[in-house]
Design a protein around this ligand. Structure first.
Ligand code: SIN
Length: 282
């Protein structure tokens, strides 16, 4: 537990990643000193959480813009009047949710987004938690031999198989994702990145958007990717966040994966998400 500016309390939620930040009202603007404490916590813990916030869309936007420009998501349904806020919604009748496989957002972009600020408006009575996993620990716990090999590799990432034409029917039916024709992005990134904020090395492949190692066939890539995915989702590298109305999470796509549990059928879960631009990864 650490105290920073104006009695802010940083309370880690697990030994591996994640910290809850107490004593901050995100609707109130953030002075530079408070923002610096929050930024340090974000760098140290990979994902930060706030409770009991009451954010108007303008407050949500203002918090996101403290970090960087907003990345307007081209696939998610936007909130009316706020194209920069994506709706993450599951209705009582829906069977599928958004984000139920381990992933990191936007790895299919050449300049992947830094992270997303997710604000809970309506949460189910129980369930709908989000799990996060540390890609620092995933990397640091590999053998020196595997680290050396991965350090020389890049991987291909794509959005086509997730948001593209093959998913267009589903998108049309549920109305929750759209613009399948815009799912044309492919990107190549190093398999091991040096995090732009923390300077630590992190594993940068994910089960949702990574197609394979650059220059390898899918058959060659699969066994090693499967190994890395099983390794990176080991329970001791994870934390689990239980949402309540008014909770906010801001995760770092370069340091973490996340996975939204789909265990609350028959209930609504409604979140607003703003994605913040990142930078090239090396
Ligand atoms: C997402 O993957 O962006 C959604 C996460 C969540 O709903 O918990």
């Amino acid at each position: 537990m650490a105290r920073g500016s104006n009695s802010i309390e940083i309370r880690p939620v697990s030994p591996s990643l994640g910290a809850e930040i107490l004593g901050v009202d995100l609707s109130n603007g953030l002075d530079d000193e408070t923002f610096a404490v929050i930024k340090q916590a974000y760098s140290d813990h990979g994902v930060i959480f706030f409770r009991d916030q009451q954010l108007k869309p303008e407050d949500h936007v203002a918090f996101a813009e403290r970090w960087n420009k907003i990345n307007i998501n081209r696939f998610f349904h936007p909130v009316d009047g706020y194209p920069m806020i994506a709706e993450v919604r599951k209705e009582p009748k829906d069977k599928k949710n958004i984000g139920s496989n381990w992933h990191t957002d936007h790895s299919y972009d050449q300049i992947p987004a830094m992270g997303s600020v997710l604000y809970a408006l309506e949460t189910p009575p129980i369930g709908g938690d989000t799990i996060f996993s540390s890609m620092y620990l995933a990397y640091e716990t590999l053998s020196d031999g595997l680290k050396a090999m991965l350090g020389g590799l890049s991987a291909d990432h794509s959005s086509r198989h997730v948001f593209g034409a093959s998913r267009a029917d589903e998108a049309t039916k549920t109305g929750r994702i759209g613009n399948a024709k815009l799912a044309t992005q492919d990107a190549v990134h190093p398999v091991v990145i040096t995090h732009p904020l923390s300077g630590r090395k992190a594993l940068y492949v994910n089960p949702e958007f990574t197609l394979g190692f650059t220059g390898w066939t899918p058959e060659e890539s699969k066994p090693l990717l499967d190994y890395l995915y099983a390794h990176a989702s080991r329970p001791e590298f994870t934390c689990r966040f239980r949402w309540a109305d008014g909770s906010v999470a801001f995760w770092d796509n370069r340091a973490t994966w996340h996975c939204a549990l789909n265990d609350y059928h028959g209930h609504r879960r409604l979140m607003h998400r703003i994605t913040v631009e990142g930078e090239s990864l090396n």
